[in-house]
Design a protein around this ligand. Structure first.
Ligand SMILES: Nc1ncnc2c1ncn2[C@@H]1O[C@H](COP(=O)(O)OP(=O)(O)OP(=O)(O)O)[C@@H](O)[C@H]1O
Ligand SMILES: [Mg+2]
Length: 212
């Protein structure tokens, strides 16, 4: 279980701090919605370790994540605009998710398996900059697979996609979350995403997360 308890934080000049509490079980998508500027990305930045809280708890299976630097935290982050290196091939982008010192043959086999799992067998050698938006998000998900981190943070990951692609990628996130027992935290203000994907739902309002 990913557990956030009374996690407080204030941006410079912010009078009343945020205070976040939520639980995100394994194998489920936990949704956080809220109006623009309500603090959703701030919450994810705190979970990812890009921001430090004033006080409070972030625990995964009873292990405290707060003292860990971002690169050591057991999580992956997927944003609205995919963060691929455009001049590298899809496969090379995915390879960035491999642990250092992975033997070459093993790496190649894992990349092929990840490409196949996200339904992209044929584009491994294609330059990332030439892929469609949906294909890029798939490559980013494949990289996440190789990282094999149990928490997946998604910040509006489908918003740049057309409706059809959006549904496909959404299904993929659902399948991967269940199959790999990820604790997936989805930030979205699309009611549709939340309806179809989420187990637990929260709304961020006045700096607090309310169960919805
Ligand atoms: N580095 C910063 N310094 C000061 N204020 C900030 C900083 N980053 C964000 N904020 C403010 O914190 C509030 C929450 O921002 P945040 O990006 O978390 O909102 P959000 O819910 O993700 O919005 P959106 O749906 O538009 O992405 C906003 O009022 C924003 O202006
Ligand atoms: Mg945001």
């Amino acid at each position: 279980m990913l557990r956030v308890d009374e996690l407080t934080f204030a941006h410079p000049g912010q009078a009343v701090p945020y205070e976040f509490s939520l639980v995100a079980p394994a194998g489920e998508v936990t949704a956080v919605s809220g109006t623009s500027g309500s603090g959703k990305s701030t919450l994810l930045d705190l979970l990812a370790g890009f921001l430090m809280p004033i006080s409070g708890v972030i625990e995964l299976d009873h292990v405290n994540l707060v003292p860990m630097p971002p690169e050591q935290r057991p999580l992956s982050l997927l944003l609205q605009s995919e963060s691929l290196f455009e001049h590298l091939s899809a496969a090379s982008n995915i390879a960035l998710g491999l642990p250092r010192h992975t033997p070459k043959a093993e790496g190649r086999q894992k990349i092929a398996a990840a490409l196949s799992e996200v339904g992209l067998d044929s584009v491994g050698d294609q330059q990332a900059g030439t892929l469609s938006g949906g294909q890029k998000q798939r490559v980013a998900l494949a990289r996440t697979l190789l990282r094999a981190r149990p928490v997946l943070l998604l910040d509006e990951p489908f918003s740049a996609l057309d409706d059809e692609t959006r549904v496909l990628i959404r299904e993929l996130v659902r399948t991967l979350t269940i199959r790999h027992r990820w604790h997936t935290v989805l930030v979205s203000h699309h009611a549709d995403d939340v309806e179809t994907l989420a187990g637990r739902r929260y709304v961020l309002r006045d700096g607090r997360l309310e169960a919805a």
